[in-house]
Structures are given as C-alpha cells and as structure tokens.
Design a protein around this ligand. Sequence first.
Ligand code: PBG
Length: 331
Amino acid sequence: MLPILAPFPSTRLRRMRRTAALRDLAQEFELTAKDLIWPLFITDVPGADAPVASMPGVSRLTLEGAVRAAETAAGLGIPAICLFPYTDPVLRTEGCEEAWNPENLSNRVIRAIKAEVPEVAVMTDIALDPYNANGHDGLVRGGVILNDETVEALVRMALAQAEAGADILGPSDMMDGRIGAMRSALEAAGHADVAILSYAAKYASAFYGPFRDAVGASDRLVGDKKTYQMNPGNSDEAIRLVARDLAEGADMVMVKPGMAYLDICHRVKQAFGVPTYAYQVSGEYAMIKGAVLNGWVKEAVIAESLLAFKRAGCDGILTYFAPDVARALKG
Ligand code: PBG
C-alpha cells in the first residue's frame, strides 16, 4: 500500500502531531487490559511461595494467592491468567507421572479459580519440565528427547487439565504432532469447547533463564532444548510450524520470546490472520524491570514495549507486567 503524499508544504505530517487530541485521533494501535494474559507461578511447597530473585516484583503464589491474583485480574479487566507450577522436588521423576495427576497442584488451582472467579479465563502450560527429573519438556531416554511417547503423556496432561476446568490449553513443549493428538482426544472426551493456544513458534532462547529459576528447572536441566525448540536463525520455519498447528486444530498461536522476534509476530499475522499472541518472557521482564529499578530507563518503556506487539500484529501478550500495566492504563 503506497501512501498518497502531496509534496511539502501541502503535506506536513507534523500537523497531526500538534496536540494530544489530534495525536489520539490519528493513533493506529492501542494497548488495553483486554490484550493481556498474566502468567502466575504457583507452588504448594512450604517456603517456596517467595520472591523469584531473577524476576524482581514476581513471587510464587500459593493456591489462595493464585485465587486472589485471579480476583485482581478480574478487577483490572485482564481476561486471562496462565498457570506455571513449581513442583515439589520429590514429584519430579523420569516418567513425569505427576503431570497428569488429576489432583496435582496445577489442576487444584484451576478448580479453585474456576469456582471462585469463573469470569477469568484460565490458561495452562502443557509440557513436562515442571515434573521432569531432568528439566526437559519431553521424556528422555538415553539422552534423546522422545517425541511420540511425550505426545502421549501430553495428551494425558491435557485431558486432566480440561477435566479440571481449564479454558485454554497452552502446549509449550514443541513436540511434533501434539496439537492434533490433543484436539482429537479432547473431542473424544467431551471437551470440544476447550481452546488450544499453541506455542507454535517457540525458539531455543536464553531469554527463558529467570523462568527456569521460578519453576525450579534451572539446576535440573541437562543439556539444552535445541532438538525441539526452534533455531533463532530461522523465520520460514515459523510459518511452517504455525500452518501445521492450525491444520491440526489450534485456535490461537504464539510466538515466543517476544521483543527479539517481532518480525515473526508480523509475518505470522500477515500470513494467517488468526489470533496471534506473543510471550514477553521472563528474561525480557528481568531486563526491563532491572533497568527501571535502577533508574536507567523510565517506567514508560513497559507500556511502549507492549504496544510494539500490537503494532506487529499481535492480538494479545503474555506478560508478567500485566497487573502493573492494567493499573497504569486505568489511570
Ligand atoms: C517450558 C516453558 C518455558 C517457558 C514457558 N514454558 C521455558 C523453557 O522452554 O525452557 C518460558 C517462559 C518465560 O521465560 O517467561 N515448557
């Protein structure tokens, strides 16, 4: 699309920037509380409901704390929260059985929030890393991350979460074939209305470090996740992954991390026109928050960083800044 531009001085683009009213009128994109999904870390390990050192301002929450956070979200007009469990170390096994226990922490918190704050959508995480002795998202045998066996485990996990009342399932594991397997299992089990937000284009990123601290996976992780998460040097592959996940029944797709991958957000939205989300991940949060706390940048960079996702084409953003930003937007 070529803009119609009369030569200067007929066209003076500064005219529409002269006053706040004119700037408001001409504004193309806007960030609202409705665009936000708030990730929460939860735990039932005594003493672990504490601040996460590498994420200043973020703490792990108890079940009661998570319900209160959901109430806060409702009060601020944030439509969804997303749960990430810090699992008791004794429940982290090679077989990851706790992941599909109907009574596991995550499933108990889903039920509690849906009982007390039903208007807030509950999104979950589907991946084995919070339950895995070796910190990987998939089952590991002989140092190899197994795809098809992992998908079977993820399907069990998905069904348990759907049964607990989750509104949106968030497979973050990057195994091949998991979306289709989950979608048909959900249909067969009477959970046709449960949505899937696929972490479709998830890169093997160093920006996840603080998250792994928060869920207690940092010290456990053996090796890296490069055989299943994407190579940061790739762009076309993201389009193939999104196309594949949509074809298998994903309702929404995600690009992750966010700020360093805005080109991917833009390509995905342009190519498919489907509900597209970005995850402003823990490392992005830590960088921005750290600089704000040091007085090196103004707090305004937070909203500016989130508006960038809207401009790139995203319909929403997962961000640890969700309550702060929603509060600021309320004025
Ligand atoms: C793991 C998972 C990760 C994140 C969400 N789910 C970390 C990883 O892949 O190692 C990262 C989120 C963040 O950094 O904020 N299934």
